[in-house]
Design a protein around this ligand. Structure first.
Ligand code: ZN
Ligand code: ZN
Length: 340
């Protein structure tokens, strides 16, 4: 098969890779219906994370089970499945507590390289969730979104304790931030402030349920959030970037006693202890335990109650994966969907 391999900064190639095979008896092989480029793929693509060897890319996926190992009991060949970007046994104490992304046996799907026609998924029974039937084509982008970007946005809203009557702010207008807006709407937030200075993204945020957009950043952005929240700050703030600036903006936009759900993969973030002490906010985040939310999210998507797949504003055949990265790197696309 041919799949995406990152060689160096801005050098992603579509080239021959070995077909994946069952290695452990708990594995499944799935034929990818759709995969995509993640905002987190841009960190190594931009050379911010060093690339030491040619690396297969991609960790977001959905598709049809082709083969399962001898110990797989629930997942069956022919089923359409969605899985998280971390494989998990879904049975250990950490999984049972709802933190499957930190399962004692967690394995990153990124190491398998999902931007390819076939993918090996470890712990198939713990990782994958089957849809009720084979989905119609129009549902595939939203089901794919549940694999990471929407599941992650949902976790941010959950971690920030979004709920009815809450005032919510979202820092970051990438696909995860936009999905967090959609999650906050679904969870009943009263006011949802999207921080974005990009017109197309503001538009999608409003469509997803944002009530306000704020274009200011830094201290001015914080002041604007306070102005919109009775001078107090938001109850719930979702951070979806991962930089020092975005994290501090999130903490400073939260009222005392409020909650920050942080999702952006942290790059050089350092928290000043004294400010943190007096901020008196809850911090909860990390790699989203998407598996916890998958059954509920698949149900909402299957019944067409929500359409998170709208974050994909560019669709390309998988062999044009390099253009998919370029378009996101240059912010010409919010998120690229790829079909083998
Ligand atoms: Zn991702
Ligand atoms: Zn586990």
């Amino acid at each position: 098969m041919r799949g995406a391999v990152l060689y160096d900064s801005r050098d992603v190639r579509f080239e021959e890779r070995a077909n994946p095979t069952i290695i452990e008896p708990t594995d499944a092989i799935i034929r990818i219906a759709a995969t995509c480029v993640c905002g987190s793929d841009l960190w190594p693509y931009r050379g911010i994370e060093p690339i030491t060897r040619p690396t297969p890319m991609g960790h977001e996926y959905c598709g049809i089970v082709e083969e399962v190992g001898s110990e797989v009991k629930n997942i069956k060949p022919g089923q359409f499945v969605v899985g998280s970007f971390f494989a998990s046994d879904n049975t250990c104490a950490i999984c049972q507590a709802g933190y499957q992304s930190r399962c004692v046996h967690a394995e990153p799907i990124g190491a398998e390289g999902a931007q390819a026609p076939l993918l090996r998924v470890p712990f198939a029974d713990g990782t994958l969730v089957a849809t009720p039937d084979i989905p119609s084509d129009d549902l595939i982008p939203s089901l794919l979104a549940a694999s990471d970007v929407f599941g992650t946005g949902w976790f941010g809203a959950d971690a920030a304790e979004v709920g009815p009557g809450k005032m919510v702010a979202v820092v970051g207008d990438g696909a995860v931030g936009l999905c967090a807006v959609l999650a906050a709407r679904q969870l009943g937030a009263e006011r949802i402030i999207a921080m974005s200075r990009h017109e197309a993204r503001q538009k999608l945020a409003l469509e997803f349920g944002a009530t306000d957009s704020v274009t200011e950043r830094g201290d001015e952005g914080v002041a604007k959030i306070k102005e919109l929240t009775d001078g107090l700050g938001a109850h719930s703030v979702i951070e979806a970037v991962g930089t020092q600036e975005s994290m501090m903006q999130a903490i400073r936009s939260t009222r005392p006693g409020g909650h920050v759900g942080y999702l952006g993969v942290s790059h050089g973030v350092q928290l000043p202890g004294e400010e943190l002490f007096f901020a008196e906010v809850h911090l909860h985040g990390g790699p989203a335990p998407v598996r916890r939310f998958l059954p509920e999210l698949i149900d909402l998507i299957w019944n067409r109650k929500i359409h998170p797949g709208k974050v994909f504003d560019l669709e390309l055949p998988l062999d044009q994966v390099a253009e998919g990265y370029r378009a996101m790197d240059e912010r010409r696309a919010i998120k690229t969907l790829l079909r083998p």
